[in-house]
Write a protein of this length. Structure first.
Length: 184
């Protein structure tokens, strides 16, 4: 049996992080997505233990300022794409306003650090969100295209196919067939 579960990746990550920090009885405050302020200095030993515990959950501690900003860019994109509200028209303006940096600086930093562009990363995240929405089967393809701010259903379908190798319609049919075969 396969279950399709709607989840909020930000809440999952936050809960997982809190669980690991609480397990070590650390005094902390969660500032924004991915940012933790410790109320007391951490010893080298505690830092190693924390790093080990977080690594086991696939959470990475980011230390360099550039890496921190790249992570903030990724977190902002994920937050933007996975909210239930319609995505902003201009991703560049959204990121520049949210992070208080010139978009050209953010784009150059991101591509230098990740070897991919912000636009490609956004496309990958939008595709993941589209898969989630298609699997939930609550919206049709036109509604999903509108929600993810595509100019047309055709544009959405072309970009989805360029990433996944199949169209959204075919993806949806595969999901429905899997559900039917599991219910038999």
């Amino acid at each position: 049996m396969i279950l399709y579960i709607n989840y909020d990746i930000n809440k999952i990550c936050k809960n997982l992080l809190q669980e690991q920090l609480d397990k070590l009885e650390l005094k902390y405050a969660l500032l924004s997505l991915g940012e933790v302020e410790f109320k007391e200095p951490l010893s080298d030993e505690m830092m190693q233990t924390l790093n080990k515990n977080l690594s086991s959950c696939n959470i990475e501690i980011v230390e360099s300022q550039k890496s921190i900003l790249v992570q903030r860019i990724k977190d902002s994109i994920i937050e933007m794409v996975f909210t239930d509200e319609k995505n902003p028209v201009k991703f560049s303006a959204y990121l520049a306003d949210k992070l208080n940096y010139n978009y050209n600086y953010l784009a150059n930093l991101f591509s230098n650090e990740t070897y991919t562009s912000i636009e490609k990363y956004i496309l990958l995240q939008k595709t993941e969100r589209a898969k989630q929405l298609l699997a939930m089967n609550e919206l049709n393809i036109t509604e999903i295209a509108w929600k993810l701010n595509y100019s047309s259903t055709a544009h959405f379908s072309n970009q989805f196919k360029s990433i996944t190798g199949i169209t959204p319609t075919v993806f949806q049919r595969i999901i429905l067939k899997k559900r039917e075969s599991n219910n038999e």
